[in-house]
Ligand binder design. Structure first.
Ligand code: FE2
Length: 345
């Protein structure tokens, strides 16, 4: 069962135990092994749906993207992993760069996944989408003042910005997208401008930045939309207050569109069950799976024709940035260097 495997996956440090969990033997032979950095109930519903549709059991081993990549690398051609699934194209690109994905292209995948939400070579394919949005404090900021990412780098926001660390892959991908679109020099000027506006050194994750803005410690920040969305659905009085004090803007609507990223997956280079793994990738973007995922997931469906949940749709529709997804990986090292140079740790 995927359930017990997932639980064992939590002790990934004990790699011998975890490897045994992925070795065929227990149960039937009709299965695939997925290394996944996602650990959502929504994903388990997808595994069940796939098994019902095809008879193929999904055995999931969970861990952080870094842990799973290191593991895949160490296992080499001995790996039992057929697929690698993670949020953020930056993470998936690292797997591609390590030579641990194989390129896969099928008609169903090409039809269902927009070109800018998959790797151009077919190394990985998106199945859900997230947006990098601006959260602002309603008492101090008008939404028009944060209509672009550029605004966060202007003198208007001196001592009013909080950000998480630049070592986080979301921040790396955000800057990598800017490098692709506007060049390294522009990206550096932006990063330096935002850094100059910090009211405190980077600390915490996306949710901590939202809380700081809600508490009035800062006026604006960047986060992935689903962190804000989850807080907006929370019953916790503290979360409700944060949401009451803040607003969300999809930046760049008059320009290139809001930066988006994917949750996605690819077939491992040494997959023992390649065909079944491809079947699973196709399932993830099928009508059935996308429709099932939409109300369970706080990300957006990868397919424009499938509606998100009404609650999520209430955040608003938005124009999204359209750049080749592998650019987020290709510019990752340069993005890290720029952050380092401007002192955004
Ligand atoms: Fe996240």
């Amino acid at each position: 069962m995927s359930f017990s495997l997932s639980r064992r996956g939590l002790v990934l440090g004990a790699s011998a135990t975890a490897l045994a969990a992925c070795t065929p033997g227990g149960g039937g032979e009709n299965f695939i092994n997925v290394y996944t950095a996602r650990h959502y109930e929504a994903d388990r519903a997808l595994y069940r749906g796939f098994q019902e549709a095809t008879g193929i059991e999904v055995r999931a081993l969970t861990g952080s993207a870094e842990q799973l990549l290191e593991r895949l690398r160490a296992e080499g051609d001995q790996t039992e992993a057929d697929l690698f699934v993670s949020a953020d194209a930056g993470n998936l690109w690292r797997v591609k760069e390590a030579g641990l994905f194989q390129n896969v292209t099928t008609e169903a995948l090409e039809q269902n996944v927009p070109a800018h939400l998959r790797d151009p070579d077919g190394a990985f394919w998106g199945f859900a989408k997230r947006a990098r949005v601006i959260i602002y404090n309603k008492a101090n900021v008008q939404p028009e003042e944060v209509a672009s990412y550029d605004a966060l780098a202007t003198a208007r926001f001196r001592n009013h910005i909080v950000m998480r660390s630049s070592t986080n892959v979301y921040q790396l991908s955000t800057l990598a997208a800017r490098i692709e679109r506007l060049g390294a020099e522009n990206a550096k000027a932006w990063a330096a401008g935002v850094k100059a506006n910090f009211v405190r050194d980077p600390q915490g994750a996306d949710t901590d930045q939202i809380k700081a803005v809600g508490a009035g410690e800062a006026q604006a920040t960047l986060c992935n939309h689903y962190y804000y969305f989850r807080m907006s659905q929370s019953e916790d009085p503290a979360d409700r207050e944060t949401i009451a004090n803040t607003g969300l803007v999809f930046p760049e609507q008059a320009g290139a569109g809001t930066h988006v990223n994917i949750s996605g997956g690819g077939v491992t280079a040494n997959a023992r069950r390649r065909d079944k793994a491809v079947q699973f990738l196709e399932y993830l973007v099928s009508d059935e799976a996308q429709t099932m995922l939409a109300p369970l997931n706080s990300e957006f469906p990868i397919r424009p024709s499938i509606q998100p949940s009404p609650e999520l749709a209430a955040l608003g529709s938005f124009k999204e940035e359209n750049i080749p997804l592998d650019a987020l990986g290709r510019h990752q090292a340069e993005a890290a260097r720029i952050y380092e140079e401007v002192g955004w740790r």
